[in-house]
Design a protein around this ligand. Structure first.
Ligand SMILES: Cc1cc2nc3c(=O)[nH]c(=O)nc-3n(C[C@H](O)[C@H](O)[C@H](O)COP(=O)(O)OP(=O)(O)OC[C@H]3O[C@@H](n4cnc5c(N)ncnc54)[C@H](O)[C@@H]3O)c2cc1C
Length: 520
């Protein structure tokens, strides 16, 4: 095969974004994806004949609006909508919180739990708006250093703000604003999403901040749903990349990144064929890319040791259900579609509940009472299930990769039953409503989707692994110690989630280096 300008290992959404930008700039681009479909962790798959679910990532919002516009993704099929309402939390005593993207509405909801908390709501919202103003401009560029970030801090108030967002646990931060357990737990959910950390772990306030940097349909801070499920994002980017001239091959596993005289020169596929390239970008996670595909022998020893030490932990177990009827919640009864069915739903009744769920996991046990977050995609999206039928995609948090007893091959079905036991306490018809179910354990996520240790973010997004520390200190510019090799996935700045920024930023680094790369 003719030499390529850029080879991209992996067709996750970030690899596809990189491919689209490079092809748009006129480079000859080849994407090699090991799975039969593109998208990586951002996919829609059939879970039962006629039922399609977002089998891993399940809600959109983080994807950068600038990238949608640059690549004209709407014309390539991207159709997203903000959730309305924005979050539903049923509680064991049949009370509930139903949030909307509406300050006054939310104050009224919160007032049913605490008047003091309702009064604090506007101040809390302003706090995260300020976080967005500080961090959002850093997303579509190489990361700022800690020194640069600190230089912005000129007043005691700014210093205190930095302390709170970078160093505090979400539990301590929320105690500064609120008193109700239900209100605090409803907000803490995003602080431990995808992260093996309890709400009392320092740094979780930052994780929540990362999850506030959303925008759907022009609505800042909103999360939303995609017509066609999350895979429709990846498909739209792939269509754009192809339209700009990129070639995308699926069922093509890269076995090695070829290195000659300290420079990446191409790849070797699992079938033994090789493809030469001027630049190689890897969308696989940093450990898989550097320790696996490149090999320690091609890396400076100190760098290889740092990569080996990046904290990779699973935290999510997915259970996808095909349903004959909607969940009938004790808190708001009924199986005909109502607003609370159309949003993100959390089972997280208190801060202690969340901490206990994490306590189990840190000891190698799937949580006895797991924190559940789920979406009934079919309640919004008619393409998800046959008419009158539904899908439910559940993310059970705090599923450790290393189990104290058994393996995920022996424990997955037991954990799935435990999830249904918990769900049944809130929606008693759930087992009767289930036609079929299928799970994705952390081990499945590693084996089938290439996520090392089932880490959904290609490395924890706690602050000590963010900004100029991602993937490892000193190597945050997407350029790796092997010349011509770039990291373009969630393991690079600005980290995990369906954001597209790492793909964009890595492509810009290649374009900056292009004349030098061609000349070398
Ligand atoms: C269970 C779960 C729930 C999540 N929920 C959400 C959510 O609701 N919202 C959200 O924004 N984010 C969510 N995330 C996080 C988000 O999905 C990921 O962080 C993001 O999709 C990572 O994108 P990526 O393109 O960087 O990497 P990936 O999606 O991991 O893509 C990497 C690609 O590289 C391929 N690959 C790896 N090795 C090779 C090789 N040797 N040869 C060829 N190809 C290779 C893989 O098959 C894969 O397609 C979730 C993730 C998981 C797992």
């Amino acid at each position: 095969m003719a030499k390529m300008d850029a080879i991209i290992v992996g067709g996750g959404h970030n690899g596809l974004v990189a491919a689209a930008y490079l092809a748009k700039a006129g480079l000859k681009v080849l994407v090699l994806e090991r799975r039969p479909i593109v998208g990586g962790a951002c996919v829609t798959e059939e879970i039962h004949p006629g039922f399609r679910a977002s089998t891993l990532a399940y809600t959109c919002g983080l994807f950068r609006p600038e990238i949608k516009a640059d690549l004209d993704l709407v014309s390539f099929g991207l159709e997203e909508h903000p959730y309305d309402p924005s979050q539903f939390l049923p509680f064991p005593d049949r009370r509930f919180l139903l949030f909307r993207n509406d300050l006054a509405w939310n104050e009224k909801q919160i007032a049913r739990f605490s008047g003091k908390d309702a009064n604090a709501w506007a101040k809390y919202v302003r706090f995260w708006d300020e976080f967005g103003e500080l961090v959002e401009p850093t997303l579509l560029a190489p990361p700022v250093s800690l020194a640069d970030l600190a230089s912005l801090v000129r007043t005691p108030e700014a210093e205190d703000f930095l302390r709170r967002i970078m160093l505090m646990s979400i539990s301590d931060l929320l105690d500064d604003f609120f008193e109700s357990e239900e209100v605090k737990a409803s907000l803490a959910t995003s602080a431990v999403a995808g992260t093996m950390a309890g709400p009392r772990t320092p740094g979780t306030a930052f994780v929540l901040g990362h999850h506030t940097l959303t925008e759907v349909g022009g609505l800042k801070g909103a999360w939303g749903w995609m017509r066609g499920g999350m895979g429709a994002i990846s498909d739209a980017i792939a269509r754009a990349a192809r339209a700009f001239g990129a070639e995308i091959r699926t069922t093509s596993t890269v076995r090695r990144i070829l290195v000659r005289k300290g420079r990446a020169v191409g790849v070797e596929l699992a079938d033994g064929t090789t493809v030469e390239g001027t630049a190689v970008l890897s969308n696989a996670d940093p450990k898989r890319t550097l320790l696996g595909l490149v090999g320690e022998e091609n890396l400076p020893p100190e760098f290889a040791r740092a990569v080996a030490r990046i904290r990779f932990e699973s935290s999510s177990f997915k259970l996808n259900l095909a349903l004959r009827e909607l969940p009938d919640f004790n808190a708001i009864p009924g199986t005909t579609a109502q607003p609370h069915h159309k949003t993100i739903i959390d089972i997280a009744p208190s801060m202690d509940y969340l901490e206990r769920a994490y306590d189990d996991a840190k000891r190698g046990r799937p949580s006895r009472d797991p924190f559940l977050e789920f979406a009934i995609e079919s309640a919004n999206d008619p393409t998800a299930a046959p008419p009158g039928m539904h899908t439910l995609t559940i993310s059970a948090k705090f599923a450790p990769f290393d189990l104290a007893a058994g393996t995920w091959d022996t424990e997955a079905d037991k954990f799935a039953e435990r999830i249904l036991d918990v769900l049944e306490l809130y929606a008693p018809n759930i087992r009767r409503a289930t036609i079929a179910m299928g799970s994705r354990s952390p081990l499945d996520m590693e084996r089938e989707y290439g996520l090392t240790r089932g880490d959904v973010f290609h490395g924890a997004i706690l602050p000590y692994q963010m900004f100029s520390f991602r993937p490892v200190p000193g190597w945050s510019s997407y350029r790796m110690p092997v010349k011509g090799l770039y990291l373009c996935g969630a393991g690079a700045h600005p980290g995990g989630g369906v954001i597209g920024a790492a793909g964009h930023n890595a492509a810009q680094a290649v374009l900056e280096d292009w004349q030098q790369l061609k000349a070398a």
